[in-house]
Unconditional design. Structure first.
Length: 672
């Protein structure tokens, strides 16, 4: 049987995730390859007769072939034999007799999928679309579903119906077209119907049968448009056919939280050619997947490759980069610098940061990381007298040589770069970073002085609406006030800010002051009732105030929201403290449970906090708390082990050392 090919071209573009453009080209190619089309598959008797028909056709004796085929048709009793007869009628150009042969076979075998598929394909060739649609409906969800999909899409084009008409309950009861096609509609208007999510099963039918990824991508794109990323990932056919296809499925799995599957789809596309811009996006997502899967070394390897790819795009990288590369490159540099920082490779970390602030002088996370590097150098202990004496004598130890290889920058240098960027951008985040660096530089400032700097900072950056300020500025002000003994001022500022910020959300919930009053006022904004409206720092602040006010359950719930929304590893390592916030949320929840005498729950929360931080001081604190909980539960063996780990976690920041030693001694005494 000859394979027939039908092609339709539809296209749509959906914006999704971090700017990923998903091009959904609906390109259909139905293929029907049936074993029954070969004479050797038919019964022995009829096979012989059909063989003679083939010989007569080959000799050009069409009249004799037709006479023999008509006699042979009466012998056909199986679906394969009916299809064999059908094939010869088609070859002879007898479409009417060919259709009758199929219909005769279907009267005996109504549910045979191959017969239905062949008949549906025949009807489509004859432009009998509506009839083909009815015939092939049972094929939906089977290996022949592409025939049904083609019929459905063809019918939709012919009728010009809306999706509601096409998918209505009475669709298959119509005896004629419900309405005539709208010939005045533009091509775009005609194709808009195919963007309806109810077409997903149709596209999946086409994908299953044809194995064409572009059909599966259509289905996935519609699912993503509805926000159903898990369902979108289920449309994957298991293979990719281009770099673009690999990136598409990698993004789908990534947004569904399936990072292993995302990485597999991306790695499968590594060998395909593609534009530099596409390779950049592909590698950037691959690095994120490795990081999220806690394969940090592999992630850094990909980042290094990515930097090389981007810089190779142009001799003058900053001027010649594509707009997307300009977005990706600074993020990659920061992530790489944070990884190198975790490995204590200060020389390479500085190299990344120096390149970053040179090429992207207004990239806020880069300037913040540059300032953090300067702060770290400032916090390092000065060289001891012995080392100074050795230097004076012209000698250096290996440790001194290693120290000398570390690039040195001053905090003043970082502040100059921030001031220059502030002149260009006036970015509120930079205002806060500058204040934070100044506070570190001037540690001699009294707490009252630190708190007093908040008010002119707020006044200088006030927005037009009362009690509203840039979010970063208000966040900084609340933290500074809390840390410097001005709890009530911090509370008042936070409450007024939240009320002003969320007044519009509360507009639909206004209430009358009295029946006579014509003025409406918004109800008091309660963070615990609207956690979805709060960003991370607002959740943290609200939780702190709740616990401090004795509203423990509301505080516990707010910390739970932080964990629920931010517990997954974020691809941007320097990401506004999200990881630190989650760690603190676990610790605070543990404190609440411990205060309630729920030691088992407290211990579980602390164990979840421990692997989330690389900070040695915080690790020591968490290990101390774990050891303490084990001690209170009478598990002295585990208490001793945790407390010893806490004491070994010494980088000069172990603030719980004395308390850990005390409980360790008590645990050792009881364990004897």
């Amino acid at each position: 049987m000859n394979t027939k090919t039908k092609i339709f071209n539809f296209s749509s573009t959906f914006a999704h995730g971090a700017g990923l453009l998903v091009l959904c080209a609906v390109l259909f190619c139905s293929q029907l390859i049936l074993a029954g089309c070969s004479s050797h598959s038919e019964g022995a008797a009829i096979s012989t007769e059909l063989g003679f028909v083939d010989i007569l056709i080959g000799q050009g004796k069409t009249k004799e072939a037709m006479e023999l085929l008509q006699r042979t048709e009466k012998l056909a009793s199986t679906p394969l034999e009916s299809m064999g007869v059908y094939k010869r009628y088609v070859i002879l150009g007898e479409s009417g007799r060919a259709e009758k042969a199929l219909k005769k076979g279907l009267r005996k075998h109504k549910k045979d999928k191959q017969l239905l598929a062949v008949y549906g394909n025949f009807l489509l060739d004859q432009n009998k679309t509506k009839k083909a649609l009815k015939v092939t409906k049972p094929l939906s969800g089977t290996e022949y579903g592409s025939i049904y999909a083609e019929a459905f899409l063809s019918y939709a084009l012919e009728t010009g119906w809306s999706a509601d008409d096409l998918f209505g309950k009475t669709f298959f009861l119509f005896r004629g077209h419900k309405k005539n096609p709208d010939h005045s509609a533009t091509a775009k208007e005609k194709f808009e119907v195919f963007y309806d999510s109810r077409f997903v099963p149709i596209y999946l039918d086409a994908a299953r049968s044809t194995k064409l990824s572009r059909w599966a991508r259509n289905a996935a794109a519609l699912c993503m448009k509805e926000g159903n990323f898990a369902k979108a990932s289920e449309a994957y056919t298991g293979s990719v056919d281009s770099l673009e296809d690999s990136l598409f499925w990698g993004s789908v799995f990534y947004d569904a939280g399936l990072y292993t599957e995302s990485l597999e789809a991306l790695v499968a596309g590594d060998s395909f050619p593609g534009s530099v811009a596409l390779k950049i996006e592909h590698k950037a997502l691959e690095a994120d997947d490795y990081y999220l899967l806690e394969e940090d070394a592999a992630a850094e390897k990909i980042r290094s490759e990515l930097i090389d790819v981007i810089l190779a795009e142009s001799v003058n990288a900053n001027a010649g980069l594509t707009s997307y590369a300009k977005q990706v490159l600074p993020v990659v540099y920061v992530n790489s610098a944070m990884y190198l920082k975790s490995k204590n490779d200060l020389a390479k970390e500085f190299s990344r940061l120096d390149t970053l602030v040179t090429k992207f002088p207004d990239y806020v996370p880069g300037l913040a990381s540059y300032g953090d590097y300067a702060l770290y150098l400032l916090s390092r202990p000065p060289e001891d007298k012995l080392s100074q004496d050795l230097r004076y004598a012209g000698l250096r130890t290996m440790a001194m040589e290693e120290e000398d290889r570390i690039p040195k920058i001053s905090l003043e240098d970082a502040l100059v770069k921030i001031d220059e960027s502030l002149e260009r951008t006036n970015n509120p985040r930079l205002i806060v970073i500058r204040e934070q660096l100044l506070a570190q530089l001037h540690r001699e400032w009294e707490t009252e002085h630190k708190a007093s700097r908040v008010w002119p900072l707020l006044e200088k950056n006030a927005l037009e609406k009362a009690s509203l300020f840039p979010d970063d500025v208000v966040h900084y002000a609340v933290v500074v006030l809390l840390n410097n003994g001005h709890e009530q001022d911090a509370r008042d500022l936070f409450i007024k800010y939240e009320q002003a910020k969320h007044e519009e959300e509360l507009t639909g919930k206004k209430k009358k002051v009295s029946d006579e009053s014509k003025d409406d006022i918004p109800p008091k904004f309660e963070p615990s009732e609207h956690p979805e409206l709060l960003n991370l720092w607002e959740k943290e602040a609200a939780a702190w105030f709740y616990v401090n006010d004795g509203r423990i359950d509301e505080g516990l719930e707010m910390y739970g929201h932080i964990i629920e929304n931010f517990a997954k590893r974020t691809p941007t390592m320097n990401s506004g403290g999200k990881s630190e916030s989650v760690t603190n949320a676990y610790i605070n929840i543990a404190n609440i449970y411990a205060g309630r005498g729920q030691g088992v729950l407290a211990l579980d929360s602390l164990k979840k906090a421990l692997p989330r931080t690389l900070d040695e001081g915080l690790k020591a604190d968490v290990l101390y708390r774990i050891g303490k909980e084990y001690y209170y539960q009478g598990d002295y063996k585990n208490a001793i082990r945790s407390l010893q780990y806490s004491l070994n976690q010494d980088n000069g920041q172990n603030k719980v050392r004395n308390r850990a030693r005390l409980i360790l001694k008590q645990a050792q005494d009881r364990n004897k």
